[in-house]
Design a binder for this molecule. Structure first.
Ligand SMILES: Nc1ncnc2c1ncn2[C@@H]1O[C@H](COP(=O)(O)OP(=O)(O)O)[C@@H](O)[C@H]1O
Ligand SMILES: [Mg+2]
Length: 396
């Protein structure tokens, strides 16, 4: 394949390793400075210039987008996506992961353990927010910090309030997080490639530092991950839309607590600690996937007026319970079932002979008007009034 590594640091360990791994496998590889692209929307088709000249054909890109150029970098990646060039990490994935709050918001509905986190803006809401995560000591984080910079441990409530207020006054958004003291200055970095963890290490903060980042002097050692840590890492990366990611997890008393997902994980620490060829695993994965560029399904399927994607619920007592998909008449109503979710299992492309059960969730593409009547009622988060007991009080 012909691969472009988008990086502003051609001589860094990670870029060098990736370039070498690709070349060793017989791929054509070039390292292109992300900031030297120009996005060209002047002709009929999406195009890109590099150093003022039209870019040649690439089969795949591997974006290594630093924090300081997220906006421009993701715009370049998005342009490659529009040109049907494969990328393991999409522009959406990169921007979602970059913002720690946004990442936690996205992960929060998927049953992934995370440290209790709050986000508040008004001065009056800061103290209740600190209390909601269990009170001081608390961790305060800049939304887009990296390498441990912008992660502060506030020993008591007064200091915490003062720090948040100071940062707010300089127009910085911060999140407030429970200090996971049981992890004792240690954390786990899992390197996810595709649907597996290819390498993992434990990082241990030194002296009285609580941050275990390598850039803060954290010492690293290889670890064999427990299954729950492995699952949390892979699922987090997949939910974020990243096929190459470094997932940071704390060792909470009840299992893994995901802190963040990094879309351009450094390779030096983890390859040194584990002696594994992580760069090679990344290149092999891209080579394998190159024929399947990520398709933004919603974007592509919503172009015909009146059609779209919806998740339909098979209600208890609904007519179609017990029928097969073929018998259900969905197809006649111009609805195609893409996946069937039952409990924790997912059936992709379910056959016409598959029988429907109450509680099944069907991810469908079809005519919106037809699907409207089948969309589940919105879940009420809390009943407004107390439920009356079944029996009058006197009976009890
Ligand atoms: N809630 C927390 N409880 C305990 N330690 C934490 C917590 N959040 C972060 N840390 C420590 O600080 C380090 C940096 O935090 P992280 O959110 O990963 O930011 P960065 O992007 O700067 O790496 C982590 O690797 C971990 O050692
Ligand atoms: Mg981190």
């Amino acid at each position: 394949m012909k691969l472009a590594i988008l990086s502003r640091a051609p001589n860094s360990y990670s870029t060098q390793r990736l370039r070498t791994a690709a070349a060793q496998r017989g791929h054509k590889v070039r390292v292109l400075n992300t900031l030297r692209f120009a996005i060209d929307l002047s002709s009929d088709e999406p195009d890109l210039q590099f150093r003022g000249k039209p870019i040649s054909d690439y089969d795949a890109i591997l974006p290594r987008i630093g924090n300081s150029i997220t906006y421009f970098g993701t715009a370049v990646v998005r342009q490659f996506e529009q040109m049907d060039v494969y990328t393991p990490n999409t522009a959406n994935g990169i921007s979602n992961a970059r913002d720690k709050l946004r990442a936690i918001q996205i992960l929060s509905r998927h049953n992934i353990g995370m440290p209790a986190t709050t986000f508040a803006r008004d001065r009056a809401d800061v103290l209740p927010a600190i209390e909601r995560v269990g009170g001081a000591p608390v961790v305060i984080k800049l939304l887009e910090g990296t390498q441990g910079i912008g992660v502060i441990l506030a020993p008591d409530t007064k200091v915490a309030e003062a720090i948040v207020e100071t940062l707010h006054s300089t127009r910085q958004n911060v999140l407030i997080q429970r200090f996971v003291s049981e992890s004792r200055g240690r954390d786990i970095r899992a390197l996810v490639v595709g649907d597996r963890v290819v390498a993992a290490m434990r990082r241990v903060a030194q002296d009285d530092e609580f941050r275990s980042n390598v850039h803060r002097g954290g010492k690293v050692e290889a670890v064999e991950l427990e299954r729950d840590f492995e699952q949390a890492a892979v699922r987090s990366a997949q939910i974020m839309g990243l096929r190459v990611a470094g997932v940071d997890m704390l060792e909470g008393s009840e299992g893994p607590l995901v802190m963040e997902v990094n879309s351009s994980p450094g390779l030096e620490g983890i390859e040194t600690a584990t002696q594994l060829d992580v760069a090679g695993a990344i290149i092999d994965y891209i080579d394998n996937q190159v024929a399947f560029p990520d398709v933004d399904v919603r974007q592509r399927l919503s172009v015909s007026t009146g059609y779209g994607v919806a998740e339909l619920m098979v209600h208890d007592g609904a007519e179609i319970v017990g029928m097969t998909i073929g018998e259900s008449g969905l197809r006649d109503r111009d609805i195609t079932v893409l996946t069937l979710n039952r409990g924790h299992t997912v059936v992709p492309n379910p056959k016409n002979s598959r029988e429907l059960e109450a509680g099944d969730r069907l991810l469908c593409f079809g005519r919106l008007e037809e699907m409207r009547s089948m969309i589940p009622a919105r879940r009420r988060r809390r009943a407004r009034v107390k439920q009356l007991p079944d029996h009058p009080i006197e009976d009890a």
